[in-house]
Ligand binder design. Sequence first.
Ligand SMILES: Cc1cc2nc3c(=O)[nH]c(=O)nc-3n(C[C@H](O)[C@H](O)[C@H](O)COP(=O)(O)O)c2cc1C
Length: 197
Amino acid sequence: MTENQTAAPIHALTTRRSTKFLRAPAPKPDELQQILQAAMSAPDHGALRPWRFVVIQGEAIGKLADVALEAVKRSGDPRMTPEKEKSVRAWMADVPLFIGVAQKIAHDNTKIPEQEQLLATGCSVMNILNAVHMLGYGAFWSTGVGTYVEDVQNALGFDSLDYRFLGFLAVGTPACAVPPAKRPDYREFVTEWTGPA
Ligand SMILES: Cc1cc2nc3c(=O)[nH]c(=O)nc-3n(C[C@H](O)[C@H](O)[C@H](O)COP(=O)(O)O)c2cc1C
């Protein structure tokens, strides 16, 4: 590979940043296919394919807001004040695409630890976030919108006995120019081990 061929993908990885405020257009259908296909390339011990996704777009987003916010209110969450509800609804109304993320719980698999299955699902989401960015869109992983309320995941088809619901990816076009994110220097997080002391 030439230097140019390697520089572009690395640049894409290091410039991704989450963008919460999104607008239409969403990725086109063929782009969405590429984005979801990218998730299938996540590392996956035992090829369990634990990741599951549900696409929510168009009028279904308003229905998701109704179902999720009613469920959060029923759950008695004191943070769901009328003001909070209004702002979540306004935010969701602008986002053209949500992808719900769940992990299928492999009840009968004792060989692959559950944390590895969760990590595989996290990696699949990372591929989605990077693919979205590489196609010129923005995304934001949120565990708001009733992610941890059982009625919400059940409503999306992920019964809580078999699935762990992991949140929503809001996807679309950034609503405003997004400055580059400040990232830490990797050397703060990396050591080199050269053998026993
Ligand atoms: C599993 C997961 C759940 C998250 N849930 C929320 C959330 O509910 N609200 C929020 O403000 N950020 C949440 N975040 C963080 C944002 O998605 C985002 O990563 C953060 O704003 C930093 O931006 P960056 O990805 O550009 O570093 C979550 C991140 C992860 C990995």
